[in-house]
Structures are given as C-alpha cells and as structure tokens.
Design a protein around this ligand. Structure first.
Ligand code: ZN
Length: 184
C-alpha cells in the first residue's frame, strides 16, 4: 500500500465517525499558532488540539517573516469582514523548537548559495538562539504597523527530545509592547 493509499484509508476512518459539520471557520480558542514545518513539531498533536480550535501557520523555522506578517494581516481583515468588527482580537502564539533545521540558514555560505541560485534571502528564517529569536519575532510583530495593537502575543520553545513546550514570553498585547518600546 502506498502512503497515499494509507492516508485515504485513514481519512475514510475519520469521516466514518465525523460529527462536526456545523463547525465555524473562526478558531474557537481565538489563537494563531506559528510553528516550524518540521514534521516532529505539529502543534495539533503537541497541544492536543481539536478540529476548529486554532489557526496554525507554519514555515521554515516558525519565524515571523514578511510573508507571515502579510498572512496574519490579511487574515485579520478577513475575520473583520466575517465578524463585522474593525479590529478582531487574536492571540498569536509563536513556537520554535530545539534541534531546528533552520539553524542551517544561519550559515553564511549556505545563505549566499541560496541567494545566488534563487534570489531568496533566507536570513529572516535563520535560527541562531531560539530564545533570542523568539524575542526578535515578537519585536517584528510589535513593529509592524499593519497589525492592530489589540492583538496579543506569547512565545514557546518546544523540546523535541522531551515533548515539553517551555514558555519564553508570557502574553502581552502589541499595544503594551509598543508603549514599552517607545519609553526606552
Ligand atoms: Zn524547525
């Protein structure tokens, strides 16, 4: 049996007991979880999420890149249109993990090679010290004027060897983070 056939069978089993036809598109927990695409760090499994509970956005490293900010901005407008609210409130939970392959993007020779072959700058996706990179990503959200100040953000670091996610930054609103930055 091919892997595709195996997934088809799993889906048929899933559909056989499916009872959630009335789910709404907005996440019940009001959360966006940003995580790495690494197959070991699927937030649905790690946080035991149910269908419809959270929006999950994944990219190389789970970093806050320009592309990710565009997605969140567009989503905010989309949710605003659905709900009729100008500034829908969301919590953005950033999650990076130990032993991340995106550490390779920090190597100058690899960065230069990708840039020369494709024109792509992978620097914003590079992982160096995850605890620090998570704080950098919170600052990237804070400094993005298209994101509403009412959005809240937190950060976790997931350990692929223990299965535990450790809190690196507790929940704060972008508005409060902007005030703190302005006071410095
Ligand atoms: Zn990773």
């Amino acid at each position: 049996m091919s892997h595709i056939d195996a997934l088809k069978t799993r889906n048929q089993n899933f559909a056989a007991s499916f009872t959630q036809r009335d789910l709404v598109p907005l996440p019940k927990l009001g959360m966006i979880i940003v995580a790495c695409i690494d197959a070991r760090v699927d937030p649905t499994t790690i946080f035991d999420l149910e269908l419809g509970e959270a929006v999950i956005m994944r990219n190389n490293g789970g970093r806050v890149t320009a592309a990710l900010i565009e997605e969140i901005t567009a989503l905010s407008f989309l949710v605003g249109r659905i709900t009729g609210q100008d500034a829908p409130g969301f919590h953005i939970m950033l999650m990076q993990h130990t032993k991340c392959g995106a550490q390779q993007f920090a190597a100058p020779d690899f960065q230069a090679d990708i840039k020369a072959r494709t024109g792509i700058d992978v620097t914003p996706s590079a992982i160096t010290y995850p605890e620090q990179d998570l704080l950098t990503d919170i600052a990237r959200l804070r400094d993005e004027p298209n994101l509403h100040g009412g959005l809240t953000v937190s950060a976790m670091l997931y350990d692929v060897e223990t299965g535990l996610a450790h809190e690196i930054a507790s929940t704060q609103s972008l508005e409060v983070l902007r005030k703190k930055a302005a006071d410095l």
